[in-house]
Design a protein around this ligand. Structure first.
Ligand code: BGC
Length: 776
């Protein structure tokens, strides 16, 4: 007994001594700490610490998370002074549990506009401001990294996660993302640019193989990420769940090392998306590929790394390389720097920022002169609000991208705040219906449909039919009607064409009936679209007097819509994606999952069979995504890329395009020629001279937004790009190639409304890249 006690004391002594002698991590002793780490400690650091998503502090596969509801952590190694860091979703605000056991204090976070709405502002200064507020909340809630921005391309309007992403155009995606990232990181918190890459479909996302050409990948799906790296240096990247040309992104050396680090010079860390061990992919291959952090992390993964090094199948050099990157990340974090989180960010100030940014992202699609209300002697005092989402206004989407907001301003409240009331009978009908629909929905939810749980965001309930008698009574009482068409979507599932992209029969009927009845009495009808992504409009857009696309504008939604309705703010948002007449007009729709969801698919799939658009997805359309297709092939659209109306009009001067060194400068003067103040977004599209590669008719190469111009006032916008930005990717040479010749610069109010042009003669250039993604 005595002997054992002595041995224990000796062990304790050595451990204490080790702890005392061990170097403690500082920003300037990373080499020393790395040298002092055991293999087990190194492996531990490469594997995430916990997944706290579904629970309040419970442990799933690791250490307890420090912040209830945060998505994950990195492991702590106290012996070396390495703290755990906390990773939280993202991207529309900090996604943590709003309440905690043992305290009455709440932890609600501001619900900012979804990605699509932010991008529709085309205002990088404003997006940066949103980023700053999100960075501040990340830190104040004791987190280190916000898991966003979501940067995948809108390849097709049916993607369930388009709401988290910005655009069908990579330049706009990259510029908006860089503004968001610079905003967050200016606060001393980090971001995770996700989902890297080609994750433009949700169906079967954890195993689908995206079969895409190197050219389409480089020019479209990767380009936004490249811009973000060059212009904002994200602390972290998140590798997507899917495979690209046969190889999982998470273990894809071409993607994570050759392209990301060698071609683009990225210095931060890459983490996996939240999946743990993957069938057909070894953790050690992820380490070799340049994936620094396995999230949410399972102890088994660390064991695999240790065993790999011991058996010689994983070189310690790869482990050290990744651990070094982890340490470089950790020393930047608020946790490491002992930031005194208050758990009390200024939610009031941030509500103002979300309201302002949402208002600027709202796109006016149609206006026959009815808007703005109450400015021309009109007297709109009472409005009939149709559609359940007038009362259950969506602030954001579902899944990890939802935010627990302190409140959501619906249309009733938004109108009330500007002195307009909603008619009482209709309000009563809908409010009671929603109470019932909520309970019914949860009671009937399939247990596998986790994203339909209340904790994963507001849900869409079926519309109720409002009888003609009821509508007739409304016409008597109200001065106008608003019909809100709501759509909800989120991760793991794509949208159907019927009932999701297209309106349901009930919704269409509601628009027709309300328009007929109100118009018969000379009263206006506005349709408000409360959706994160594109819907069909052509079959009904002729009916209402005005259509506003409000997206999912964050917690201040109803106020933001009211700001536009009354003209307090003149709309200046523009579409960041094409609105097609029919979903099938997009060439990608034929290679896009249909109406079977993942769960049905799992039940249906027969052993060993590869199912198109589930097991693999062909990108037959190549680079002809969005307007690159519609504009080049002259196809009719409902609303073109870049479209958005204003309450005023703008004139464009003749542009000047000049080149100084590698930089090309485009100058254009925009004049407000209408009667009210407003902002304008100018878009620079470029047509390349005929060269060896087939190219889209024109591509967005720069954009700018004016300040608010008073009637008669002008502003000269200076928009810049680099000569390299004119390049196309030549797979044969593995190089970016700018053809020499005459480039036509077209400055437009949208892709189909070019206002002024100028030519520039450009010298050719070739920039070699690695051979990543080259066809073998
Ligand atoms: C999503 C990510 C998210 C992560 C952590 C995943 O399922 O794809 O976007 O950041 O979960 O919640």
């Amino acid at each position: 007994m005595k002997k054992i006690n002595l041995a224990l004391a000796a062990l304790l002594f050595t451990t204490t001594m080790n702890a005392q002698n061990a170097p403690q991590l500082r920003a300037d002793n990373i080499d020393e700490v790395l040298a002092a780490m055991t293999l087990e400690e190194k492996a531990k650091l490469l594997v995430g610490g916990a997944n706290n998503f579904f629970s309040d502090g419970a442990v799933v596969g690791g250490e307890a998370s420090l912040v209830a509801g945060a998505a994950g952590t990195t492991a702590a190694i106290p012996r070396l002074g390495i703290p755990a860091t906390v990773l939280t979703d993202g991207p529309a605000g900090v996604r943590i549990n709003p309440t905690r056991e043992g305290t009455d204090k709440t932890f609600y976070a501001t619900g900012f506009p979804i990605g699509t709405c932010l991008a529709a502002t085309w205002n990088t200064d404003l997006v940066r401001k949103v980023g700053e507020a999100i960075g501040n909340e990340t830190k104040e809630y004791r987190c280190d990294v916000i898991l966003g921005p979501g940067m995948n391309l809108h390849r097709n309007p049916l993607c369930g996660r388009n709401f988290e992403y910005y655009s069908e155009d990579p330049l706009l995606t990259g510029k908006i993302a860089a503004a968001y990232i610079n905003g967050v990181q200016s606060q001393g918190a980090g971001v995770s640019a996700k989902h890297f890459a080609v994750n433009s479909q949700e169906t079967a996302r954890t195993h689908v193989d995206e079969r895409v050409s190197a050219r389409a990948a480089r020019e479209l799906y990767l380009r936004g990420f490249e811009i973000a790296v060059r212009e904002s240096n994200p602390w972290t990247f998140m590798a997507s769940y899917n495979r690209i040309n046969g190889i999982f992104s998470m273990g894809n050396l071409d993607l994570l090392t050759k392209i990301l680090r060698e071609d683009w010079g990225y210095k931060g860390i890459v983490m996996t998306d939240w999946i743990g061990i993957r069938e057909g992919l070894r953790t050690i291959d992820e380490v070799i590929a340049g994936n620094d952090l396995m999230e949410p992390g399972q102890p088994k993964q660390a064991e695999e790394i240790v065993a790999g090094v011991k058996s010689g199948s994983l070189s310690i050099e790869y482990v050290d390389r990744n651990v070094r990157r982890m340490l470089e990340y950790i020393v930047k974090t608020p946790s490491f720097n002992h930031y005194p989180a208050t758990n009390a960010p200024d939610l009031k100030a941030h509500a103002q920022i979300t309201r302002e940014s949402a208002t600027e992202g709202i796109v006016l699609l149609k206006n026959n002169g009815t808007l703005p209300w109450n400015t021309d002697g009109q007297k709109i005092k009472t409005v009939s609000l149709f559609g359940e989402n007038s009362y259950e206004f969506f602030s954001g989407g579902t899944g990890s991208g939802c935010v627990h907001t302190p409140y959501v301003v619906d249309m009733v409240e938004g109108l009330k705040n500007i002195g307009i009331s909603s008619s009482d009978v209709l309000t009563d009908i809908y409010r009671k219906y929603i109470d019932y629909a909520k309970v019914k929905f949860q009671a009937e939810r399939h247990p596998a449909k986790w994203y339909q749980m209340e904790m994963f965001g507001q849900q869409k309930y079926p519309e109720i039919a409002i009888s003609p008698i009821c509508i007739a009574n409304e016409v008597k009482k109200a001065d106008a009607a608003i019909v809100t068409i709501g759509r909800q979507a989120g991760e793991g599932v794509d949208r159907d064409i019927e009932g999701e992209f297209n309106l349901t029969a009930d919704e269409r009927q509601m628009i027709f009936d309300v328009c007929n009845a109100f118009h018969a009495e000379g009263k206006p009808v506005i349709v408000v679209i409360n959706s994160g992504s594109v819907i069909e409009t052509s079959s009904w857009s002729g009916y209402p007097d005005a259509i506003l696309c409000a997206w999912q504008p964050g917690e201040e939604g109803g106020n933001s819509v009211a700001d536009i309705l009354t003209g307090k703010v003149n709309p200046s948002g523009k579409l960041t994606m094409t609105w097609p007449v029919a979903a099938a007009d997009h060439p990608s729709t034929k290679n896009y999952p249909g109406s079977i969801d993942l769960y049905t698919y799992n039940e249906l799939k027969t052993n060993g069979r590869e199912v198109p658009n589930y097991d693999y997805t062909n990108h037959d359309e190549g680079i002809y995504v969005g307007y690159r297709y519609f504009d080049t092939y002259g196809r009719e659209v409902a609303y073109p890329f870049g479209f958005g109306l204003s309450y005023t009009t703008f004139a464009y001067s003749k542009p000047q395009v000049t080149q100084k060194g590698e930089q090309i400068e485009v100058k254009v003067t925009i004049k407000n020629t209408g009667k009210v103040a407003g902002k304008e977004v100018a878009q620079v599209y470029v047509t390349a001279p005929k060269g060896s590669l087939d190219k889209p008719a024109k591509e967005l190469k720069a954009f700018g937004k004016t300040r608010e111009l008073k009637p008669g006032e002008s502003e000269t916008l200076t928009m810049t790009l680099q000569r390299r930005d004119l390049a196309s990717f030549d797979e044969g040479q593995s190089a970016w190639v700018v053809d020499a010749g005459n480039y036509l610069f077209q400055i437009g109010a949208n892709v189909s409304d070019i206002r002024a042009t100028a030519n520039l003669n450009v010298k050719g250039m070739v920039e070699k890249t690695t051979t990543a993604f080259a066809q073998k």
